[in-house]
Design a protein around this ligand. Structure first.
Ligand code: NAD
Length: 365
């Protein structure tokens, strides 16, 4: 059987910031299975329990703060990464209202520190900055956002991700310009925008799946806010397969890929919070919910979808699991964790790869 992603990650040094978090822990784990030498750089895990400690994967884990320029400089200089996946962030909308300064410092100045460290070190061949679908100026319309749509953001988190994108675009034009790749510098810089990511191993506050799981594990009823809000739900392995596909092209020096990319589900997975919870109940009947009516609710986006035509046509990337499979894998992961103390991440990754191969998706062949 052919190796994944053209075998590009074998023996590559991959720096993953945010490796103690939900998405970063899955990405670092997947990279180790591809034969990469993984270096993680993050604060301590943001929750307890957390997927990073449950996986207990063997790689170098540096506990540090991306707001500390010296710390990230040292991590890059000492480890000489080939590629940097930058995921470390303050990723929560509600917390961004409580602490906008922490959010902007982490999500904007932190990105600047990572770019500067890479610029100085000169060993980094590729940087992928993980932002969010919330970077777009949200018009609450029925169409998916394209990569060329304007940046924006009402709440501080969304605005910080819009800023992070503008910063990426500036660094790509000013310091990592693809036109001068191989002559003035050796780094290709891209950014990636994904939607609401779910899957086993997330216990973050104020996110719908962790909220219903926390309640279900105590046989309690969860109150769901914004039941009608429509989101592009996708399993965590979907955007990660996109980031790894993009990293493959950048590591090969294909400079036309140094750009911005959406990685979202197909349009049928754009479902409401209520539809998600009702489907989740079918896999774990102890899930019980009521609809919240908050008089003082802070503003959050209601309708937000991505147009992923660019990734489909140019990267030949496409989602593997549909909405029903995504919810099933996610809920069963937690059910087995709480019922039998089993961590099914390796099993889910293998199932995802097998299903990608069956669908003929390019990175898996
Ligand atoms: N989960 C989603 O649905 C989703 C959707 C779109 C984008 N994203 C983005 O993906 C990335 C990962 O999100 P996640 O869901 O895994 O979040 P998470 O909260 O689980 O993980 C965040 C990680 O960042 C680290 N971190 C936070 N502040 C830091 C700092 N100052 N210095 C060093 N490390 C720091 C944390 O320790 C943790 O490892 C974020 O950039 C987030 O904005 C997530």
């Amino acid at each position: 059987m052919k190796p994944l992603f053209g075998n590009i990650y074998k023996d590559k040094v991959c720096l993953v910031t945010g490796h103690t978090g939900f998405k970063g822990s899955w990405l670092a784990f997947w990279l180790t299975t591809l034969g990469a030498k993984v270096i993680g750089f993050s604060l301590q895990p943001p929750t307890r329990p957390n997927h990073f400690e449950l996986l207990n994967t063997d790689y170098i884990s540096i506990i540090g703060d991306i707001r500390n320029k010296v710390a990230i400089d040292n991590a890059v200089i000492k480890n000489q990464p080939d590629i940097v996946f930058h995921l470390a962030a303050q990723p929560l909308v509600r917390r961004s209202y409580q602490d906008p300064v922490e959010t902007f410092e982490t999500n904007v100045l932190g990105v600047l520190n990572v770019f500067e460290a890479c610029k100085k070190a000169q060993c980094v061949k590729a940087i992928i900055n993980i932002t969010s679908d919330k970077c777009y100026e949200n018009k609450e319309w029925i169409w998916g956002y394209r990569e060329t749509d304007p940046m924006g953001g009402h709440d501080p988190y969304s605005a910080s991700k819009g800023c992070s994108e503008i910063l990426t675009s500036s660094y790509r034009r000013s310091f990592f310009n693809p036109e001068y790749y191989g002559s003035r510098h050796n780094t290709l810089l891209a950014s990636v925008r994904a939607g609401n990511v779910i899957g086993g191993g997330d216990w973050a506050e104020d996110r719908i799946v962790p909220d219903i799981i926390r309640a279900a594990s105590q046989k309690a009823c969860v109150s769901i806010r914004n039941p009608k809000a429509v989101r592009p739900w996708q399993h965590v392995l979907e955007p990660l397969s996109g980031y790894l596909t993009l990293g493959w092209k950048l590591l090969e020096g294909q400079k036309e890929y140094a750009a911005e990319w959406n990685f979202g589900p197909d349009s049928k997975s754009n479902s409401s919070v209520k539809e998600l919870v009702k489907l989740a109940q079918t896999y774990w009947p102890v899930i019980n919910y009521s609809e919240a009516h908050e008089a003082q609710a802070v503003h959050e986006a209601n309708l937000l979808m991505l147009d992923c035509t660019k990734a489909a046509k140019i990267l030949h990337w496409q989602p593997v699991w549909d909405f029903q499979q995504t919810i099933q894998k996610t809920i069963v992961w937690y059910k087995e964790y709480y019922d039998s103390h089993v961590v099914n991440s390796e099993k889910d990754l293998q199932a995802f790869i097998n299903d990608a191969r069956e669908k003929g998706i390019s990175w898996s062949l």
